[in-house]
Ligand binder design. Structure first.
Ligand SMILES: NC(=O)c1ccc[n+]([C@@H]2O[C@H](COP(=O)([O-])OP(=O)(O)OC[C@H]3O[C@@H](n4cnc5c(N)ncnc54)[C@H](O)[C@@H]3O)[C@@H](O)[C@H]2O)c1
Length: 331
């Protein structure tokens, strides 16, 4: 009753979600079979994390990237993370630690040939550079060679899933969704599952089911800028940096105020440095260029922040570069 009444007042895309929600709970006999084989495109931070967690959950995974060096990087990310987990699980048993790492790698293969990787896959999750045309070009190529029932999904943080899917066939667009995992994937519980206006309910159901098998907590969202988390987070972080720029409070006091007054575990400026000031600037400029004129985002919320651009221009990108709004050179 409540859901029905609420959905009437919601924007155009949400009744679709409400329907999918009902479909999910009404029946588990969806036409989509369980995802047994996953192809992860992009062996960077996110791709490696998604591949690791899926392989550890018993899914057969193929990870693909443009070069052997990039695949090696992905395997190293996974080895490091699994070794840490294994040491925690069996602190005094090196043989058990090795067995655990090997058992996950037994479910993981790698190749530089994306067409080969997707030739008999159930799901492709893309985690390559955050660049619309590069993602569109990748999916256009894969659409021709992947099985027609395979699901395509993007891990994009800030681009439109509908736009990424544009280069695919009409049929594939019904099997196209967002699968937005969070960094670091082995630790972060959340996955945002994003449906476009064309995504079939059975596709959403299959992705939600995979999330649960990966021991993640999925949430559903329409294809709007930043989905749930970044839509709320990005304007908030930008405004915190504007407060510093206007000299209204120090970065330390803003973070202390939000931690003790709003109960957040990390203040907005420390969080901006953690996300990466370059990433924050990139998302905001992308939204200014693409999502303001469409009416999806209010221009005021993503207005350029001089201090942010200055820091990024000086190479102060946050924690990863040793300096951002705070100094990490001794950490
Ligand atoms: N880093 C984060 O915190 C985070 C969080 C959530 C989502 N994301 C999103 O995940 C995606 C990947 O981010 P990341 O941080 O893992 O990036 P990354 O730079 O660590 O890795 C990207 C990988 O993609 C590969 N690649 C580039 N073009 C390719 C192509 N055409 N085909 C195959 N591989 C290609 C690169 O060689 C690299 O290994 C982006 O869309 C990003 O917005 C990032």
């Amino acid at each position: 009753m409540l859901a029905l009444r609420a959905s009437r007042a919601l924007p155009r895309t949400l009744p679709t979600l409400a329907l999918q929600h009902r479909a999910l709970h009404a029946s588990s006999s969806a036409a989509q079979r369980q995802i047994e084989h996953l192809t992860v495109v992009g062996a960077g931070l996110m791709g490696a994390g998604i591949a690791q967690v899926a392989a550890a959950s018993g899914v057969k995974v193929t990870m693909t990237d443009v070069s052997d060096g990039a695949l090696e990087n992905g395997r190293n990310i996974i080895t490091k993370s699994l070794t840490r987990i294994a040491r925690k699980k069996s602190p005094d048993d090196p043989a058990a630690q090795r067995a655990f790492v090997d058992s996950v790698f037994a479910n993981l293969s790698t190749t530089t040939s994306a067409p080969e990787a997707v030739s008999s896959t159930d799901l492709v999750v893309e985690a390559i550079v955050e660049h619309l045309q590069t993602k569109q070009e990748l999916f256009r190529r894969l659409d021709d060679v992947a099985p027609k029932e395979a699901i395509f999904a993007s891990n994009t943080s800030s681009l439109s899933i509908t736009r990424i899917a544009e280069t695919c066939s009409e049929a594939r667009r019904t099997r196209f969704a967002g699968f937005h995992a969070f960094n670091p994937v082995p630790q972060m519980k959340l996955v945002e599952v994003i449906s476009t206006e064309k995504t079939l309910p059975e596709v959403t159901t299959a992705l939600l089911d995979l999330c649960k098998r990966m021991k993640k907590v999925p949430v559903q969202c329409a294809d709007t800028p930043g989905f749930i988390v970044n839509r709320l987070l990005v304007p908030y972080l930008l405004e915190a940096i504007r407060m510093v720029e206007r000299g209204e409070a120090t970065p330390e006091d803003i973070d202390t105020a939000m931690k003790l007054g709003a109960g957040v575990p990390m203040g907005p400026l420390e969080l901006s440095d953690f996300v990466g000031l370059d990433t924050l600037s990139h998302i905001a400029s992308g939204w200014r260029a693409e999502r303001v004129s469409t009416g999806e985002i209010d221009a005021k919320q993503v207005e350029e922040v001089g201090l942010l651009e200055k820091l990024v221009g000086e190479g102060k990108k946050g924690r990863k570069s040793g300096q951002g709004l705070f100094d990490y050179s001794d950490k």
